[in-house]
Design a binder for this molecule. Structure first.
Ligand code: ATP
Ligand code: MG
Length: 378
């Protein structure tokens, strides 16, 4: 078991013209013993580089990585006692499943009985006991992925590092393997660091999630905390599908209180802020601001409704996406396009005028320059 700490870690590569490529910038993270930590972010944000530095496959340019209190910057990968599972799991094609799993232990000269025991236990956990005599080419993608995980399990490492291990699988198999890896985590009670660009994988698997962008951690929190209280515009837009709606506009005050007014003419959206929001945003009057609201906090009504917390906006339906369990309405008000998530039976057709109730208690506000969140919604 292991606690892995990154202290102000940076990785600077040399580009083709000798220029510096800062792949990871000043990342500090403490991955607790037995924790399942997910690193998530778009392509090129530094996820793999961060993981490879933990494994020792990539040198640290600045900062320190420690495992259980010991700095490992200069420790060889094989002496770190971490097992890594890659997206391209490259099983040895001429070896059986058993031999593939046993190979690492054989190299380390484990006794035969010990190897037998570990391989059969790992195979049992992963449900691949009947496949032990097969060659990789006779396995499905999901089965091969299990063998790759098995190779890591038999080593009984201090921690597991996964780099997008499921991205070669089809959607259905991904969901199944996702559950299996979560179960494995519970069963082995091991520290796991898991890299993905898929926010659903991140949300469903992680005890905590570190959201990365341009080599920097944007926010580190549990899945629901990230969803409810995104620290900035990037996290707000990255976590959640369909993504949060953003309305650019300004705040203005009058005798009636503080109001948000969307940019453009017609503005489309004009709402009165709740007293607690007004209190937090007073210093922002007459300044640009971004209002964020998730699609499930926007409600559709065919006739003008009145609710205590809602603010009503008129919009036009542009597109309807029926997904079965729910329907997404793509709407437009003034210059602003946005999405509303409704139960499946909601009527409506493109071009139709509708009334939209915004749940103001759920509004987020962001500074357009710093992109930081300015309020904590309820
Ligand atoms: N060996 C290298 N030399 C130069 N630049 C590199 C090297 N390896 C990675 N990079 C750059 O570092 C940045 C981070 O790469 P990294 O592979 O960590 O991203 P990632 O988040 O894993 O992306 P993906 O989701 O596409 O796998 C990228 O801009 C990449 O081009
Ligand atoms: Mg990667």
């Amino acid at each position: 078991m292991a606690r892995i700490v990154l202290d102000k870690v940076s990785k600077i590569f040399k580009g083709p013209k000798g220029e510096e490529v800062r792949a990871v910038n000043n990342v500090s993270l403490a991955i607790e013993d037995q924790e399942f930590l997910v690193l998530v972010g778009p392509s090129g944000c530094g996820k793999s580089t961060t993981l490879r530095m933990m494994a020792g496959l990539e040198e640290v340019s600045r900062g320190a990585i420690s495992i259980d209190g010991k700095v490992v910057n200069d420790v060889e990968p094989k002496d770190r006692d971490l097992a890594m599972v890659f997206q391209n799991y490259a099983l040895y094609p001429h070896m059986t499943v058993y031999e593939n799993m046993a190979f690492g232990l054989k190299l380390r000269r484990y006794p035969r009985a010990e190897i037998d025991l570990r391989v059969s236990q790992a195979a049992e956990i992963l449900g691949i006991t009947p496949l032990l005599d097969r060659l990789p080419r006779a396995l499905s993608g999901g089965q091969r992925q299990r063998v790759a995980v098995g190779r890591a399990i038999v080593r009984q490492p201090k921690a597991f590092l996964f780099d997008e291990p499921l991205s070669n699988l089809d959607a259905q198999m991904r969901v199944q393997m996702r559950m299996e890896i979560s179960r494995l985590h519970q069963r082995l009670a091991a520290t796991m660091v898991y890299v993905t660009h898929d926010q659903i994988e991140a949300m469903t698997m992680g005890d905590r999630i570190a959201v990365l962008k341009n080599g920097e951690v944007q926010q580190l929190a549990g899945p629901l905390e990230l969803y409810r209280h995104p620290a900035n515009l990037f996290v707000a837009g990255f976590i959640g599908a369909p993504p949060m709606n953003f309305f650019r506009g300004v705040l203005y005050g009058n005798s009636d209180g503080l109001h948000f007014c969307g940019n453009g003419s017609p503005a489309g959206i004009k709402v009165k802020l709740l007293p607690e929001q007004a209190a937090q945003l007073e210093s922002r009057v007459d300044k640009p601001i971004i209002l964020g609201l998730r699609p499930e906090d926007v409600h559709l009504a065919t006739d003008s409704p009145r609710t205590a917390n809602g603010s009503i906006v008129e919009a036009v339906v542009e597109l309807i996406e029926p997904l079965g369990a729910e329907t997404h309405f793509h709407l437009k008000t003034g210059q602003h396009g946005f999405i509303c998530r409704m139960p499946p039976a909601e009527p409506g057709k493109p071009g139709q005028k509708v009334f939209v109730v915004l749940d103001l208690t759920k509004c987020h506000f962001f500074d357009p320059t710093t992109e930081l969140s300015l309020t904590k919604p309820g």
